[in-house]
Design a protein around this ligand. Sequence first.
Ligand code: PBE
Length: 270
Amino acid sequence: NSKEKLGPQINYTITGIDAGAGEMSTTQTAIKKYGLDKKNWQLQPSSTSAMTSTLDKAYKNKQPIVITGWQPHWMFKKYKLKFLKDPKNVYGEAEHISTIVRKGLKKDKPEAYEILDNFHWTPSQMSDVMLKVNAGVSPKKAATDWIKKDPKVVAKWTKGVKKVHGQSLKLTYVAWDSEIASTNVIAQVLRDQGYKVTIQSMEMQPVWASVATKAADATVSAWLPKTAAKFYSDYKGQFVDLGANLDGAKVGLAVPTYMKNINSINDLKN
Ligand code: PBE
């Protein structure tokens, strides 16, 4: 019943994801800035898969739910969701995903550096790969299929770059759906160039540390300017930012569109 207050119906709970995600700390800030803490709102940490399965159940029963959402992600393709307005601009307008490489990569592995620097795709291209993986295709196969389907896109990233012969290259990433997609795609492109590429998933802090200490060559998983801001400033000067590999990302609280009366974070207080 939409006339009932939202808070009591969902135990004043925002369904969140892994505690280490940048969006989780941004949401803690939002809870304070909007005074939701005074109304006993809390953020429930879980994982992307636990959150999306809770969302799935609520959605099937048209029950209310508030989640930590972001785009690009297949959740926005599978369900009709809307971001809540954020008049205090806690989450920022738009995010981009940056490619971060270790210092010295340009000199040591100029071909890899150039391809990583050229790597840029769109939310819709990334979603194509994510949807395949969500449908059960292995990330490596989904990446390879996508590269074959759209060879012109990849040709732009590798244009004029020399082939190499078995040099090793290590990429680290956080196992979010978006980064599973991007990391597998760029890893495959670099393999096709002749590199022996390993990819390793870890938490966000070790991803930044791995590039800063040169244990890894690069990561394509840096959501900025807000989501990974803490790590960007903690490790400033110890990495090279090659700029966006994807523009037009977004992070914020989201609800199903059938929650007609809830349109702004402020509405959670009512
Ligand atoms: N995310 C998806 C991540 C970045 C990618 C928004 C869940 C986060 O750190 O919150």
